[in-house]
Design a binder for this molecule. Structure first.
Ligand code: FMN
Length: 234
């Protein structure tokens, strides 16, 4: 069970030693961040890689002085779209159709369905929706780092507005969502390294349900089949 062992091995490293990670390991982790699924395949996020020490010093100041920011090898900043638009979605779908050798119009019906939904939901919802997609990539990067025996600290503890200013994201259409220092643990100075990993017990975490456990009072909508809008290869 390789993945489970790797997830047991990893922990939210509190102290890193400044050692560099090899380029091929960084590339592997970034590829794992690029490959995950995203809602409608829009990949409404990107990853910024920072190893510039002077910039990392400044980022640490907007991240509650967390030492991993400056003691890491590379810092990954996940940044997601701040909203959806016809232009943004069309750009992605057109690229996708070009890559698959299909006409751009193939996705028009589906695009309209999601655009209507997104417009109705408002910009705050849109930014939140895009941010959620970036966390899928973030999780894959964490797992890939563990597989490569690279330490990582998931970090939400930073002032995102300030980080966006610092990284010139303001006005770019992207907002930072979460950050991930990658590097190697300084075990002797890390209070967490030997602590037991504690998780919700399985019997509390996993619930099996059948129809008998479900509510019978829900007014279920008539199903809308999105498959009819999906692109067809023929
Ligand atoms: C989204 C997210 C944000 C987090 N933010 C921070 C953070 O700002 N600083 C930190 O030291 N740890 C942070 N953590 C680490 C968690 O506290 C840690 O993952 C959790 O306690 C479980 O411990 P483990 O990762 O060592 O197994 C964050 C974790 C996640 C998933």
């Amino acid at each position: 069970m390789g993945l489970l062992k790797d997830l047991e091995w990893r922990y939210a490293t509190k102290k890193m030693n400044g050692e560099k990670i090899p380029q091929e390991k960084l590339d592997y982790i970034l590829e794992a961040a690029r490959l995950p699924p995203s809602s409608s395949g829009l990949q409404q996020y990107k990853v910024i890689v920072i190893s510039d020490r002077a910039l990392l010093e400044q980022i640490r100041l907007v991240a509650y002085d967390q030492s991993q920011i400056t003691d890491c090898s590379h810092l990954l900043v996940f940044a997601a779209w701040d909203g959806y638009s016809d232009e943004r979605i069309s750009n992605v779908f057109n690229y996708m159709m070009d890559e698959r050798g299909l006409p751009h119009e193939t996705m028009d019906g589906y695009k309209q369905v999601i655009l209507d939904l997104y417009e109705r939901s408002g910009q705050e919802w849109q930014a939140h929706h895009a941010a959620k997609q970036s966390y899928i990539s973030f999780a894959m990067a964490i797992a890939a780092a563990a597989e490569q025996k690279v330490d990582a600290t998931p970090i939400e503890g930073f002032l995102s507005e300030k980080l966006d200013e610092l990284l010139n994201l303001k006005g770019s259409g992207y907002k930072s969502t979460v950050i991930l220092p990658l590097g190697y643990r300084e075990a002797e100075q890390d209070w967490l390294v030997n602590m037991k990993k504690v998780r919700t017990p399985k019997e509390m975490f996993i619930t099996e349900m059948t129809l008998a456990d479900a509510s019978s009072n829900v007014d279920l909508p008539t199903p809308m089949n999105l498959d009819s809008f999906a692109q067809k290869a023929e």
